[in-house]
Write a protein that binds this ligand. Structure first.
Ligand SMILES: Cc1ncc(COP(=O)(O)O)c(C=O)c1O
Length: 370
């Protein structure tokens, strides 16, 4: 008998994956525009990073990446920071990842079993929930207190008594900027030895609330800190993130991470970025100047907005947020509409760049909305 084989469907995946929707961020068509939509560095990395990429040895392209000295360079960079480190770190306490996204994925993969709870706050960074869902974890997201998006500290304390497997704390929180002081984070962790407390410190450079200067991972073995070179250092396109914690936690998370997940160009760029902290510090100071300026302008204009930690703010235009997002895009400026998100509906998240960039944003925004 002839005839074509009847088509058959692709094999199904794990039930947890069948229920997931692909994580999609609107990341196309952004070149040449003022990028105030992803909290990135809006100027680019240090010239030393660019030089490291330009002079990257050709013979290394065919060789698997080597990470010798990278963890040590990261520790040296932390030690040299204004706050320093009260308790010295060793290289076994540092994990290296293809961006903090990959670190979040790996931590939740290593620690979250089906039915376990991942505790976090709401609204917060959007990648925690799908990572929990793909493990079959239950998500408990406690809303920030209103008005002012206050971190729900009492509710978190009460929830920790139920011993969730993981607490994901974004500090300062994206996109509300809500902040906890380092001693508040460490007190929460101390009250919950059965919970892995992951402190996502992607934006701490803008406010300085890091636990790293004071944490002693020997006694607080359940704390894991995440840091990235994506935002402040401007390496978002190369992907480089770190986890810092007890060697036993770093080791376990490393077990679910591929041996060569971070590529050689990212490594070369990371060394250069870590050696040029002055460039990053300068950029952060520019952003803080711009933040003061835009906050003053928005206050004067009686615009409804919220700005706390981090290099971003929320603004509620009087017109629909999606419409304003489009109008700004047509003027070459990208921002992120929060339409449909709990507690944020009607707002735009605007990343803060340099003072000149914020002046440009404000001229455009005012012509559309004010
Ligand atoms: C809070 C938070 N964590 C993690 C990430 C991801 O960082 P990376 O670019 O290092 O993967 C982001 C990026 O937007 C973020 O806002």
């Amino acid at each position: 008998m002839t005839g074509s084989t009847p088509p058959f469907p692709p094999p199904g995946s794990r039930p947890e994956v069948e229920r997931l929707k692909g994580y999609s961020a609107p990341l196309e068509g952004r070149r040449g525009l003022l990028r105030l939509d992803f909290n990135e560095n809006t100027l680019g990395p240090s010239p030393k990073v660019v030089a490291a990429i330009r002079t990257f040895p050709e013979e290394l392209i065919a060789v698997y990446p080597e990470y010798d000295g990278l963890r040590e360079a990261f520790i040296t960079n932390l030690e040299a920071s204004k706050e320093g480190l009260l308790h010295p770190l060793t290289s076994e306490q540092v994990g290296v990842f293809n961006g903090v996204d990959a670190a979040i994925h790996a931590v939740i993969h290593a620690y979250g079993a089906p039915g376990d709870t991942l505790l976090t706050t709401s609204p917060t960074f959007g990648y925690y929930a799908p990572c929990a869902a793909m493990q079959g974890m239950a998500l408990e997201a406690i809303p920030h207190g209103m008005p002012g998006f206050v971190v729900p500290l009492d509710a978190l304390r009460a929830a920790l008594e139920r011993k969730p497997r993981i607490l994901m704390l974004c500090n300062p929180n994206n996109p509300t900027g809500a902040r906890l002081a380092a001693d508040q984070v460490l007190a929460l962790a101390a009250s919950a030895p059965d919970t892995l407390v992951v402190v996502d410190e992607l934006y701490e450079a803008f406010t300085g609330d890091s636990v790293l200067p004071s944490v002693d991972f020997q006694t607080q073995a359940n704390v894991l800190v995440l840091r990235s070179l994506a935002k402040t250092a401007g390496l978002a396109g190369l992907r480089l993130g770190f986890s810092i914690g007890h060697p036993g936690v770093v080791d376990r998370v490393g077990r679910v991470t591929g041996p060569y997940d971070v590529n050689s160009l990212a490594v070369a760029a990371a060394f250069a970025a870590l050696e040029d902290q002055a460039y990053t510090n300068n950029y952060v100071s520019e952003v803080l100047r711009a933040r003061d300026w835009i906050v003053l302008e928005m206050t004067r204009s009686r615009v409804v907005f919220h700005c706390d930690g981090g290099n971003y703010l929320l603004v509620w235009p009087e017109r629909p947020a999606d419409e304003v997002e489009q109008a700004l895009r047509s003027r070459g400026i990208l921002v992120r509409s929060m339409t449909g998100k709990p507690q944020l509906h009607g707002s735009l998240r605007v990343s803060i760049g340099t003072p000149e960039q914020m002046q440009r944003f404000w001229r455009a925004y005012s012509s559309i909305c004010v």
